[in-house]
Write a protein that binds this ligand. Structure first.
Ligand SMILES: Nc1ncnc2c1ncn2[C@@H]1O[C@H](COP(=O)(O)OP(=O)(O)O)[C@@H](O)[C@H]1O
Ligand SMILES: [Mg+2]
Length: 292
């Protein structure tokens, strides 16, 4: 597989560009404005001036970005820069973290997900999450996928439920491997299969957005390649936001890439441009391996 990252051309910022940015960082210690194009013509999610605090410690500083329909948005940046924190804002997973406060506005299809009227249970079906370590329930393969549709009351009959389980496993690229052993425990599958099972579980409740936090970091290269292929297929139906520390992965699966640094959203742009012609010095330093 070839990737844009293999063909990185060193980016030489124009004089005025690097000058402005350098002056900005010298003055404030931080870039105070995201470089590039954080907004989308057809947004599925709209995030404006989002800040996140753990107690008094600010982990995300005034981030504004859209997640487009049918796009894979990659989030990259050095460890601790706030990628997981920001991702968790998108389905209010930070609500479960004691002392965590989220400011700003996040809309899903024009609805404010932080409105006190919003019930987080259906929200987390619409904006599903896949974690770093595959975490199937200690249940059968079938029940792992059927659980969500059951608790959300999405089906009226066993036949309908069977149908959802089958199509979800098909979309997750797992059906052929498990169709003859649906009653066996999900935890008995290989790591890569478990991760695809978790993706099937997210798909089963008809999400609009799927969040993935380093979904391949516990997997071998072959299992990783399968998940990456799957992500490209899922984009046709869902919006996907993926946090990854593997820049090759971002360049293979995503259309847009967002670069975070110390809680700031430094730069967002078309993935190929971010990896071949970044506009911000901090982005360039990161993608050329100067730090991270
Ligand atoms: N549950 C938490 N409680 C307190 N601080 C946290 C918590 N989770 C993350 N942080 C802090 O927020 C910052 C961003 O962390 P994180 O979002 O995990 O970064 P990344 O995913 O980019 O590695 C770090 O300084 C981290 O220590
Ligand atoms: Mg993280």
């Amino acid at each position: 597989m070839t990737s844009t990252i293999d063909a990185i051309q060193p980016h030489v910022p124009t004089f005025s560009e690097s000058d402005t940015i350098t002056a900005e960082i010298e003055a404030t210690g931080r870039p105070n404005k995201t470089v590039g194009e954080p907004f989308s013509d057809s947004p599925r999610m709209t995030c404006r001036d989002v800040s996140v605090f753990y107690g008094t410690n600010q982990a995300i500083n005034n981030v504004s970005i859209d997640v487009g329909c049918n796009e894979v948005l990659a989030m990259i940046g050095p460890s601790g820069c706030g990628k997981s924190t920001f991702l968790r804002c998108l389905n209010r997973m930070n609500d479960t973290v004691a002392g965590c406060r989220v400011d700003g506005k996040i809309l899903l299809d024009d609805e404010d997900i932080y409105d006190p009227k919003v019930d987080v249970v259906p929200l987390r079906a619409l904006v599903g999450m896949v974690f770093q370590k595959p975490n199937p329930f200690p249940k059968s393969i079938y029940d792992n996928v059927a659980y969500g549709p059951k608790i959300h009351g999405l089906t009226k009959s066993k036949a309908e439920l069977d149908e959802i389980v089958e199509t979800s496993l098909q979309k997750a690229g797992l059906w052929e491997e498990v169709k003859d052993r649906l009653a066996e425990p999900g935890t008995g599958l290989s790591g890569g299969q478990q991760q695809r099972l978790c993706i099937a579980r997210a798909i089963a409740v008809s999400p609009e957005v799927i969040l993935m936090d380093e979904p391949c970091s516990a997997l071998d290269p072959i299992a990783t390649a399968k998940i990456e292929e799957l992500i490209s297929e899922l984009r046709l139906q869902f919006s996907i936001v993926i946090v990854t520390h593997a820049m090759q992965q971002a360049s293979r699966v995503s259309q847009r890439t967002a670069y975070f640094h110390l809680g700031d959203l430094v730069e967002v742009g078309p993935t190929e441009q971010i990896f071949t012609n970044p506009q911000h010095q901090l982005t360039e330093d990161y993608i050329t391996g100067r730090f991270g």
